[in-house]
Design a protein around this ligand. Sequence first.
Ligand SMILES: Cc1ncc(COP(=O)(O)O)c(C=O)c1O
Length: 394
Amino acid sequence: MKMQFSQLAEELGGSTNPLYTLRDKLQDQGETIVDLVRGSVNEHGIVFPPDTLRDIFAEAMEPARRYRPDSFGQPVAREAIASFYADLNFSAEQILLTPGTSLSFLYCFKLLAEVGDEIICPRPSYPLFDYIARICGVDLTHYRLLESSQWSIDLDHLNDQISTRTRAIVLISPHNPTGMVADDEQLAGVAEIAQRYNLPIIADEVFSEFLFGIDRLPRPAATEAPLVFTLNGFSKMFALPGMKLGWLAVSGDAALVRKSLQALEMIADTFLPVNEIVQFSVPGIFARGRAFQQSYVAWIGQCHKEAMAGLANLEFSLDLGLDFNRPRGGFYITVPSLADEDEAAMALLGGHRILTHPGYYYDIEPDHLVMTIVNDPQTLAESFRIIAQATKDD
Ligand SMILES: Cc1ncc(COP(=O)(O)O)c(C=O)c1O
């Protein structure tokens, strides 16, 4: 009898993506590819200062030596995280450490939904949630972001898409891959819907530090929503994805918060949160990583500026009724294309060694290209000029 695997396992290992086949071939030939997909700042020299990290770790070793686990994470780490949200008045008791935001999502899905229940996510969206939902057996439904108004949340659509099986609303701001940042009015609208249907909001804020022309990130936790899970971590905030340090902050109605924390404690205790040395290093990273973070945020600002300069001639598309929305935050941008998106992405890679993604990878219609602004600022403007050219239909 044949060994049985899950449907998930059976569906993996399918066809190879032609874009990646071409990239691998070019790399094998010794070509350098301008990768505008990965968005890894470390690859461009933005790395947490090693001496500072060594000192922080050396100090964290001492308390970590004696194993006294806490299923929510070490209180000193949770206190430092609570103080990061100065204007929200979170307490350490509202914070749970996780091994990264992806796991925070999994914890939330498990807390809130049964197999076959629905979680509503923005469309477009990057594919992380699809995989997490598959693993949890939860169905994803979608609400629209409106390209015609700066990718803002279509509140009527969100309202209409909620069914009796919906268990949570996912909100991502700054958003990947559109660069949308939801303003206070939008968040108040989402909170009103959350109240109407008594639904929690799962707020992904991993790009919270990277805003363009906005001085403060509006947060769902500051609204009247009944229950909010605010997700963040060191991956983007301090360019330390390898630390695997994320968290979720639970806020809202006191009874709902208590109930959530009780269940989250059980989920977290099953796996135990995060490497203890990393946990004890959290206060040090917040306190002594500030100067690095400032230069890192400025570097991302520079990337944004160069990318926008390169895309300046994409303005042509406005005359044709296509919108080009400048990102307000985060690492990604989505631009409309008059050329066929698959052909444009292949031509950019084959002809110019620039790797971008066609929009349909993110459920965007019709033709678009999606890319990161994270790359060498010296060459970004030129890369984006080439991209703007490739979106023209000629
Ligand atoms: C919007 C968004 N949320 C979450 C994540 C994953 O974060 P982490 O590295 O903390 O798991 C990413 C990674 O790129 C992301 O873009």
